[in-house]
Design a protein around this ligand. Structure first.
Ligand code: KIV
Ligand code: ZN
Length: 542
């Protein structure tokens, strides 16, 4: 039986759907293929990466960009090129390598910023420059110290400048949700006239309420004369929204905007971003897929890639996904109460509105144990999105056997932890060869560590406040590097006392935060690996 549009929806919205083509979704429910596509603009590498402590190196950004292309996002906002040479180079290499999505670079309405952004994406198959300026009274007076006329001039001339170097130009009147309406309409009209192809309406501080934000989009469509077909454009300007989650309404606000006619959502994987974050990509995409009947829209996202993308971003940024997080949390499709389990076993849709496989939850028929062969491992890794062969597969298999000897069954989360551990994103100046610790309630904790550097193994011993502290002091003696440890956290990759422990450390170096990860069934070994991983990244970045 299908989701019957007329039993679920506002009747006023329905008649126009009746003549549209019908398809079937994975629930075998009748689904209407909507006429209106919503573009997905991912800003994980820009707004998401602005979060303190989420710093990613160039190789990690490239890995995320490749996965975003696999997810089939329409636009990747790759960074803010004026902010640092590192960011410029990272945007530029993503622009050169990634095919498929548009690659976008951010710029303030300042000549040097716009030049730098356009330069960074100049070799891209589909480049875009995104310029922004605050347009609310609070932003213009309090931060920019400019009159509305001056801001208008800056916006128009930056869009013109960007347009002279790049066809696709997005303009964001920042803090639109708190701006004077009349002024906002004028800025939008003038920037479309200046050449903007996308107008993005940001709720920069997460202030809006869904009904109100939807009305703002309707009002813009009604009151900006060239928003339908821009004076300079053969195709209508794309109307985008960019919502922050300060009041927990970013997803609702974005969907209200879509219902009101917006055709692009800016969002981040796992809802990362400034303060409380941005709209979560996985939430809006699955809401549109599941309730496309109501929202009158669809996206081109390959939803089966959502879980792998979420896990990748979480691992590389060091920001864990809460178990109850919608769509991508480990509990999102777990049923614990007896009544729910009974219902799902009899008929899955009683308590599941989405098919877990549609977001990439893979039910494996192969149980991986110490008796599993290399081929079974390679097959499962490939299902999880890791394509390994040759030396990488050999190393991962050896590690897998090691873990499998200690555990009855090796789960997907264990495999992800092993692979991440075995595939470092930077050269291994040092690697852990062995570790020996002694500790107890009556002893001073001591650690003896052997680190491999080239062909040599260097050994040192130290004591500390605990076994991890002792190990880190011994490592410091070997590397000779001064490390400021900013954060240490330990998580179990799976359930049970034989679970793999995943350690994440953040170290500081010259104002940069560097993340190190390590995994093992032995948490002291995982701690030492994470620390050595962070030091290798620090040395590589120098
Ligand atoms: O939140 C915001 O307003 C932004 C703009 C740069 C679009 O991130
Ligand atoms: Zn933002």
């Amino acid at each position: 039986m299908g989701l019957k549009a007329d039993s679920l929806n506002d009747p006023g919205d329905l008649p126009h759907l009746k003549n549209l083509p019908h398809t079937r979704n994975s629930e075998n429910q009748e689904e209407v293929k909507m006429a209106r596509k919503v573009f997905i603009f991912d800003t994980t590498l820009r707004d998401g990466e602005q979060v303190p402590g989420a710093s990613l190196n160039a190789a990690e950004k490239m890995e995320i960009a490749r996965q975003l292309a696999k997810l089939n996002v329409d636009v990747i906002e790759a960074g803010n090129p004026i902010s640092s040479l590192e960011d410029f180079e990272s945007v530029s290499s993503i622009a050169q390598e990634i095919k498929g999505p548009v690659i976008c670079a951010l710029a303030r309405c300042i000549e040097a910023d716009v030049d730098r952004a356009a330069e960074a994406v100049k070799d891209c198959e589909k480049p875009m420059v995104h310029v922004y300026i605050g347009v609310s009274g609070i932003h213009m007076k309090g931060q920019l110290r400019k009159t509305p006329e001056e801001v208008m001039k800056m916006a128009v001339s930056s869009v013109q400048q960007a347009k002279s170097m790049c066809h696709e130009v997005e303009f964001s009147p920042m803090d639109s949700a708190r701006a004077d309406r009349g002024y906002l309409y004028e800025v939008i009209e003038a920037t479309i006239e200046a050449g903007a192809t996308v107008i993005n309406i940001p709720d920069t501080v997460g202030y809006a309420i869904p009904e109100q934000f939807g009305q703002l989009i309707r009002d813009i469509r009604q009151n900006v004369p060239n928003i339908g077909v821009g004076a300079r454009h053969a195709v209508p300007v794309r109307l985008s929204v960019h919502c922050h989650d300060d009041l927990g309404m970013a997803t609702s606000n974005s969907l209200a905007a879509v219902k009101a006619g917006a055709t692009q959502i800016e969002c981040c994987i796992n809802g990362m971003g400034e303060r409380a974050g941005n709209t979560a990509l996985e939430e809006v995409v699955m809401a549109i897929k599941t309730r496309g009947d109501y929202l009158d829209a669809y996206t081109d996202i390959r939803t089966q890639e959502l879980i792998s993308t979420s896990r990748l971003v979480s691992r590389l940024t060091g920001f864990p996904v809460p178990p109850n997080k919608a769509i991508v949390g480990t509990n999102a499709f777990a049923h614990s109460s007896g009544v729910h389990q009974d219902g799902v076993l009899k008929e899955r849709t009683t308590y599941e509105i989405m098919n877990p496989q549609d977001v990439g939850v893979q039910a494996s028929e192969i149980i991986l144990t110490a008796r599993s062969g290399r081929h079974a491992l390679q097959h499962r890794l490939s299902e999880l999105g890791y394509e390994l062969s040759g030396d990488q597969l050999d190393r991962t298999y050896e590690r897998f056997l090691n873990v499998a000897d200690k555990k009855k069954q090796v789960f997907d989360e264990d495999l992800a932890a092993i692979v991440e551990d075995e595939l470092p994103s930077v050269p291994q100046t040092f690697s852990l060869d062995y570790i020996q610790v002694s500790s107890g309630t009556r002893f001073v904790p001591t650690a003896t560590i052997g680190l491999r550097k080239g062909d040599e193994v260097i050994q040192e011993a130290a004591y500390g406040d605990g076994p991890v502290d002792a190990a880190y002091k011994a490592i410091d003696k070997i590397t000779g590097v001064k490390v400021e440890l900013a954060d240490y956290s330990l998580n179990a990759a799976t359930k049970g006392k034989d679970a793999m422990g995943e350690v994440l450390v953040r170290i500081r170096d010259d104002g940069r935060t560097i993340i190190g990860r390590g995994a093992s069934t032995d948490i002291i070994e995982a701690s030492a690996k994470a620390y050595v991983n962070a030091i290798n990244k620090m040395l590589h970045g120098k």
